[in-house]
Design a protein around this ligand. Sequence first.
Ligand SMILES: NC(=O)c1ccc[n+]([C@@H]2O[C@H](COP(=O)([O-])OP(=O)(O)OC[C@H]3O[C@@H](n4cnc5c(N)ncnc54)[C@H](OP(=O)(O)O)[C@@H]3O)[C@@H](O)[C@H]2O)c1
Length: 427
Amino acid sequence: MSRTFAVTVFGCTGNAGRAVAELLAKSALAKGTPIAFAGRNEAKVTRVKNEILEKILGADHGKNVGVIVADVSDAGSLTALTQQTDVLINCCGPFSQYGEPVVKACVEQGCHYADITGEIKWVRDMKDKYQEQALSTNTTILSLCGYDSIPCELSAYLVCREIAPIFKDSPATRFDVESVVSSSGGGIPRGTLLTALNELGGKKGKKKPKAKRRKAPFVPSEEKASFGRSMSIFSLLNPYSSLGTHPHSAFTAPHFMCTVNTPVVHASMASMGYGGLHFRDRMSTGKSAWWNGYGLISSLVTYAMYICIGVSAFIPGVVGLVKKYASGRSFNGNEDGLVSLRCKGIAETAKARKSASVRMLIAGDAGIYATGLLASETALCMHQNMKTMTPGFQTPVQCLQEKLHKHLSSCNGVSIQISSEDAKKSE
Ligand SMILES: NC(=O)c1ccc[n+]([C@@H]2O[C@H](COP(=O)([O-])OP(=O)(O)OC[C@H]3O[C@@H](n4cnc5c(N)ncnc54)[C@H](OP(=O)(O)O)[C@@H]3O)[C@@H](O)[C@H]2O)c1
């Protein structure tokens, strides 16, 4: 079926959706790719469309972007939406609240799907429920296309691709990969805060029976042991970065998204033949210098902060209060922010040793503009590869691999450098 639009952003009126829409328009309109913005309120979507076009192209731009009205609670409107576009980027979250009808419409209508969720349990549930139908309608469903988890997943893939070939000759004696991120200009978008509060226990009732719950959702059973090692208390609490991943941070804290990025990296690497790694998702806690113990003191402060947040979630009324505060605020992102990620891997066998590093820079703050750039470009990459893309539920790098690496490397605002070195072990 020929469709009117190549890519459509659903939820373009939200904090994150607006940045996705802006960056999609910047990239797609320059190449003449037809796009649309969608949401439940026509006047609001039209206003966002006009503001974005004026901002990026000036008042007399003469370009057009489609406007589609659809509501998550109206199945007919979702059918009409997904019939009009080749790829849909869904930005309506929390996804465990609003996501399922959108996924259902996409698999029914054969509309390829990308989203910016970090709700891993929801992603697993959708795969359980709709995988068969997605395969039968040849639909590709890629969740986790934002800051969670493309930077981590892509850099881990590039590092593993460099170092894992030494395991062909001899079994691994060491397979360590560590990612250290530092970002600037960030804030907490409303939807992210509400989603995090839902996960922390703000969502009342409807608990699934215990027997049906899985301990390590998303990660294939053969990878569960290494995933368990990566998420062990020792691995998470050890602040020392023995790989020397970040030249200025000897000590780091667990990345606040490590509970999302770690299962994604394990599931994705295992599917590409790089299973069995020990992965640490870390963040630098500011400039390190002798006076703060090269990051040790600021890392310990971050650990203390995590503990306070965890404990306060159990104090009655706190989650409700923060939810009330979150509902009335918004953070529209910071174009001058920067996400800077370093990932290093070391592979060793009895005979050889190989190490590789990736340095990735993404323009914009993590939650809004970097997410907007990653999600919009992943959707455009999907559109360019529609004929060869594997159908079904996958993670973005698992599905697009080198195509996504090449695509993102050529984008304004993204820089990816890879370096590697071999060393033969002495007899
Ligand atoms: N992966 C990442 O790094 C990342 C980054 C940022 C956000 N996120 C996730 O993205 C989601 C959105 O975050 P946000 O901060 O942008 O939230 P937000 O500002 O609250 O935006 C929510 C969007 O959903 C739309 N929506 C709500 N109910 C709807 C319905 N019934 N039908 C159609 N549209 C509906 C809203 O439309 P109206 O404007 O009409 O209300 C709005 O466009 C959250 O789940 C968040 O966790 C992920």
